[in-house]
Design a protein around this ligand. Structure first.
Ligand code: ZN
Length: 66
């Protein structure tokens, strides 16, 4: 999954760091695909992120019989 990263945080309008910087790793995309800086991330966002990671893990092992 690629980050649909735009130029600022969708909440506080803080400019996004360059994609190759360490700071950029802390930025996330919300369920709506909007970029959010670490300062604006909510618990709900983090929960969504965890679920997205689990979905990816499921797809990675998707060829196992159920
Ligand atoms: Zn922000």
């Amino acid at each position: 999954m690629t980050h649909p990263m735009h130029e600022h945080c969708s909440r506080c309008r803080r400019p996004a760091p360059p994609q190759d910087s360490k700071e950029f790793m802390d930025w996330e995309a919300t369920e709506d695909g909007l970029p959010v800086c670490p300062g604006c991330l909510t618990l709900l966002d983090e929960q969504y992120m965890d679920e997205a990671v689990m979905d990816l893990a499921d797809e990675a092992t998707g060829d196992e019989p159920r």
